[in-house]
Write a protein that binds this ligand. Structure first.
Ligand SMILES: [Mg+2]
Length: 379
């Protein structure tokens, strides 16, 4: 079997209410001379990643799609002139790797989890996001048993209200989103204020560039620390894992480098008693499927991020939709990833924009933590 064509599909994935207007999804389809194809998804600046995939396509044409590691290494080396590391190249490799796994599974008539070592579990524990007690109760009512609260301002108050509403049986997480303006000491202060709520994890308390800063937070705060969503490939999270700075590693299924890279990251984490909770917040529906196959196969799976009540596009552009029962997503048993693109639906949402302009009323980066500090830290 030989690869004959690599197609990409870039689409707008903003919300009808006007939020997330710069969100795009990028899907990949790798076609072979036998008519069989595989689908994948890539994030990490989707419009730029699309160009990267188009640039890499000539290196894939005529190749045997079964040799995924060989092709990954070939493409990785081809990026040397562009610096190799980085989220764009890693996103491109992710979309291609994912489509190759789907293709291989279909060709062998077996689900991707079977090719990743087999299945440990039939369903994956998942968590949606809640920002107030009312929403938290609604999600618990639907069966979810874990919830994440985002942001820094007023987050302790939100956690307190949600904990009071849902009780101790629901796991809570806080994601500070790695703000570049949060000082290390304030990230520690915030973490200490959250200790009483026994979170499942405290995520990205500082910006991902600052490894020593994260190490200081981890040494000072008695909560499991999670990070890794903005790093590329196994090399990006190596130090966090080897130094055991984090307790939970969060490779992004759309841009970490692909399922093979994520399997390696998970293995490295396993050797350090670190669990895996992939980032999926900005992802589309194909990468979410890939994540299910990976997590089904890992011994150190913790939980999967899940967008409940996402944009209407999510429920139109793929088939079938994942099945969620009692806060868990069922692991698909169909060959490959078990998901396909609905091209007519994708075509209804042409890509629009790719970056979010900063708020014109706010000075960028460092200023935020230096104004009204007492109020945002005490709330
Ligand atoms: Mg995050």
């Amino acid at each position: 079997m030989k690869i004959t064509e690599v197609k990409t599909y870039l689409m707008h994935a903003g919300r009808p209410d006007g939020s997330w207007q710069k969100r795009n999804w990028l899907f990949v389809k790798i076609v072979t001379d036998e008519g069989l194809y595989g689908v994948g998804e890539a994030s990490g600046w989707p419009r730029v990643v699309q160009t990267a995939i188009q640039d890499l396509t000539p290196l894939l044409i005529g190749e045997d799609p079964f040799h995924i590691e060989k092709l990954w290494q070939k493409l990785y080396l081809a990026m040397m002139g562009h610096g190799m590391t980085g989220i764009v190249g890693s996103g491109a490799l992710t979309g291609i790797d994912m489509a190759l796994w789907d293709l291989k599974g279909k060709a062998l008539n077996t689900p991707v989890w079977n090719l990743l070592g087999g299945k440990i579990r039939d369903h994956i524990w998942a968590y949606p996001h809640a920002h107030n007690a009312e929403r938290a109760l609604e999600l618990v009512e639907r069966g979810f048993t874990a919830l994440k609260i985002g942001g820094v301002k007023g987050v302790v108050g939100k956690v307190e209200a949600i904990r009071r509403a849902v009780g101790l049986d629901i796991d809570l997480m806080v994601d500070a989103h790695g703000p570049p303006w949060l000082t290390t000491r304030d990230a520690i202060r915030l973490g200490k204020a959250l200790e009483d709520y026994d979170l499942l994890f405290y995520e990205d308390p500082v910006a991902p560039e600052h490894v020593e800063s994260l190490a200081r937070v981890a040494a000072s705060v008695e909560l499991p620390i999670a990070a890794g969503e903005r790093h590329a490939a196994i090399y990006g999270v190596r130090e966090l894992i080897e130094r055991e700075i984090i307790d939970v590693v969060q490779p992004d299924t759309g841009r970490a480098g692909g399922l093979l890279q994520m399997k390696k990251i998970a293995a490295l984490a396993e050797a350090h008693a670190i669990t895996v909770a992939p980032h999926s917040g900005s992802l589309g529906p194909v990468a979410a499927y890939a994540c299910l196959h990976l997590l089904a196969s890992l011994p150190n799976t913790l939980i999967m991020e899940h967008l409940e009540d996402d944009v209407p596009q999510r429920y139109e552009v793929v088939t079938p939709l994942p099945v969620i029962e009692a806060g868990h997503i069922l692991v698909p048993d169909a060959p490959g990833l078990g998901v396909d693109l609905v091209e007519e639906a994708i075509a209804k949402y042409p890509s629009r924009g790719n970056v979010s302009p900063p708020d014109p009323n706010e000075e960028p980066v460092y200023i935020l933590a230096r104004t009204g500090r007492a109020r945002w830290i005490q709330e």
